[in-house]
Design a protein around this ligand. Structure first.
Ligand code: 5U1
Length: 690
């Protein structure tokens, strides 16, 4: 029996709407993406063949339609309000006191507490349950008609759930925030960078840019999301113009929190972090809790919103200018600030990379004072269009290193000067060069360059390499400057007397260092390889190389093809390894070190003998009981592959604290997520006790 196209279209509407609702509103996807795509493609194909079956509420309408010439204007039936801000507890308490005084009460107030999303406020209008119009806030009275664009947002239903006249009246306006999830923002900017296009400074700008598209097909590709935060105009009949309190009371609860739950039941997404708090005394804990979770959330927020929950009290409290008296935004400390680039210095790293570093007028941002920011390379400077003396937006979020987001061109000083890269190495004056296809300029002198020599020795002595006790960065710098050492080999002939002549080095610390060096002589082949500091050979790659080649001699002799048989080693890493061992002075150092140091013989593993073989792990977030690299090495010891990015091939994501976009992606792909504890248990089960 063949199904009639009409009934199949009906069936597809129901299925796709149901899957959208499960995915976006309930956060419980029930079918894989591929199945969803198949159904959507089937619907699009039927509609193309039978245009008469294409209705305004078809889920296929979410792919965008005809481009507009301009946005028309929409007058809001009820004004779209904004919020007053507070930044500390004293001001929040003053807000509560003002409200209690006004209400002539000393009783506690219950609050609806919400994260404050960093997006754009919009008003969505449903008539007889059908989505008919969406508008931006604009000036609060008149906004722009962005209906076509909002239609493309997958989580916004084109039809309300429930029964007209029972669950909702003829007119329902829902207000909320359109935003771009962090992962989508990062992906969008990655693509823009690859195409040499302008990147967005933050998810809010990306969301705004995506909503202001006249061509809704562009918006449809942007993966925007929406969380409702309240009701706008609600009317019994399409012709109603005045807000009736009776209609509101007939259909909706007298608690703001419950109203949000009702909006959710109508099919619109509600932020899962929203809470009903019994008293104003719980608001600070909510603020702190959300602040702690901030980095882990898949969307950007800049504070919390606290609303007197009782609608009757809201009505009594009323409004001042454009903001309600009954709600306040309790904002987090700013993560973005303005400052001035006072100069640019160039640092030379271990691999000779010359990195421009902006010296900033010190500024307090994200909870700390920032006075430097890396500019990465020439491409980044070009992308920013940065000059010395420019006013810039600096961003510091969580533990991430501060970044210059953009230049404020309106504030450009007349004396702003171009940033010029040095023609020779700023440390050793040797030639500098840029390898083909690389954005980084490098000093070509290798270990003849003082800066590279220092960095190479610091790397050799670092915790993840030979962990030389008592040899800090400052001491390495002094020893090199005093010409007592120029390669890691020289470390092993330092005497206590020589060491004790260095600043702040007494007899005891000199003895400690000599002992530390004696201990460092006993190592493993993996650490030995890692300690050489070959470009892009990290701990994991070094461990894989050791396990594959078993001896230093076979690694030294390996050609590019052989090297590429090793996990994690691609063309570039293989080339770096071959080039490293081609350099005669590198070879001399490696041979001298190999004479001084020793490591146990490695026994070749039998295929299939390791418990986590064929299992791919990704580690993300901060692990509290061990470093990420330690965890990686432990998993690799059990045969696991540890990759840097989540894909369909990932078996497990280990999510530490403040896990971000990788966690979201893993959840989207249905990858199993392990906590740090679960990973430790797994390691323990296989004999690795941390
Ligand atoms: N989460 C949230 N954001 N936000 C913004 N709630 C909320 N409420 C708002 C606004 C402007 O206004 C209502 C208090 C009317």
């Amino acid at each position: 029996m063949t199904t009639m196209p009409q009934s199949r279209v009906h069936e597809l509407h129901q299925l796709i709407n149901q899957y959208n609702h499960q995915y976006y509103v309930l956060d419980e996807p029930t079918v894989p993406d591929a199945e969803y795509d198949r159904l959507m493609n089937e619907l699009i194909a039927i509609e193309a063949k039978h245009p008469e079956l294409k209705s305004i509420d078809s889920p296929s309408q979410k792919v965008g339609g005809q481009a507009l010439k301009s946005f028309s204007q929409v007058t809001h039936q009820l004004p779209m309000l904004s919020l007053d801000n507070v930044f500390d507890l004293a001001d929040f308490n003053a807000f509560v006191k003002r409200n209690k005084d006004r209400l002539l009460t000393s009783k506690s107030l219950s609050f609806c507490a919400e994260p404050k999303l960093d997006g754009l406020a919009v008003s969505l209008r449903y008539e007889k349950g059908m989505f008919v119009q969406a508008a931006t806030r604009g000036d609060g009275s008149v906004g722009e008609n962005i209906t076509q664009n909002i239609r493309t947002i997958k989580s916004i239903p084109l039809k309300l759930q429930g029964v007209l006249g029972k669950d909702y009246p003829e007119i329902v306006e829902v207000r909320g925030e359109v935003f771009m999830p962090k992962a989508s923002f990062e992906q969008l900017n990655e693509q823009a960078k690859k195409r040499n296009e302008k990147v967005f400074a933050n998810p809010r700008n990306a969301a705004a840019g995506s909503l202001r598209q006249l061509d809704s097909k562009v918006t449809a590709k942007r993966n925007l999301a929406f969380y409702a935060y309240g009701l706008g105009f609600v009317g019994e009949s399409i012709t109603d113009t005045e807000q009736s309190t009776d209609v509101l009371a007939q259909y909706f609860s007298n608690s703001h929190y419950q109203r949000l739950c009702q909006i959710k039941a109508l099919g619109l997404p509600m932020c899962p972090e929203v809470r009903l708090l019994a008293s104003e005394h719980d608001c600070e804990a909510f603020y702190q809790d959300i602040l702690t979770k901030r980095e882990q959330l898949s969307y950007e927020i800049d504070g919390t919103v606290l609303k007197v929950d009782d609608i009757a009290l809201q009505k009594k409290l009323g409004f001042v200018a454009r903001a309600p008296r009954w709600a306040i935004a309790f904002k987090f400390p700013a993560q973005e600030e303005l400052t001035v680039v006072e100069g640019v210095e160039f640092q030379v790293g271990r691999t000779g990379a010359i990195t421009p570093v902006a010296r900033l007028k010190p500024v307090f941002v994200g909870g700390v004072t920032v006075s430097n920011a890396t500019l990465h390379n020439q491409d980044e400077i070009n992308r920013l269009g940065l000059k010395v003396s420019d006013t810039v937006i600096i961003r510091r979020a969580g533990d991430v290193i501060p970044q210059i987001v953009s230049v404020v061109l309106d504030k450009r000083a007349e004396n702003a000067t171009n940033i010029v890269f040095p023609a020779t190495c700023p440390v050793c004056d040797s030639k500098v060069a840029k390898a083909e296809g690389e954005a980084v300029l490098r000093c070509t002198a290798g270990l003849f360059c003082g800066a590279q020599r220092k960095e190479a020795i610091k790397h050799f002595a670092s915790r993840k390499a030979h962990d030389v006790d008592g040899l800090g960065d400052k001491l390495v710098e002094q020893l090199v400057d005093e010409k007592l050492i120029s390669t890691p080999v020289d470390l092993f002939s330092l005497t206590e007397i020589q060491i004790s002549t260095m600043e702040r080095m007494g007899k005891k610390s000199a003895q400690n260092l000599v002992n530390g060096l004696i201990q460092a002589k006993e190592t493993t082949l993996a650490k030995f390889i890692y300690g050489l500091g070959i470009r892009e050979v990290g701990e994991a790659t070094a461990a894989n190389l050791a396990q594959h080649f078993l001896t230093l001699d076979s690694l030294k002799a390996a050609d590019s093809e052989t090297l590429q048989q090793v996990d994690d080693v691609g063309v570039i890493v293989a080339k770096n390894i071959v080039n490293f061992f081609k350099e005669s002075h590198n070879l001399t150092i490696v041979e001298q070190l190999a004479d001084i140091m020793s490591w146990p013989e490695i026994v070749a593993k039998e295929a299939g003998s390791l418990p986590l073989e064929e299992q791919t792990f990704v580690l993300t977030g901060t692990l509290s009981q061990m470093g990420r690299n330690e965890a990686k090495a432990a998993l690799q010891l059990l045969g696991a592959k540890v990759s840097g990015s989540v894909s369909k091939k990932t078996h497990y994501l280990v999510a530490g604290e403040k896990a971000g976009s990788k966690l979201t992606k893993a959840q989207d792909l249905g990858v199993k997520v392990l906590t740090e504890e679960e990973m430790l248990t797994l390691l323990k089960q296989h004999g690795i006790d941390v």
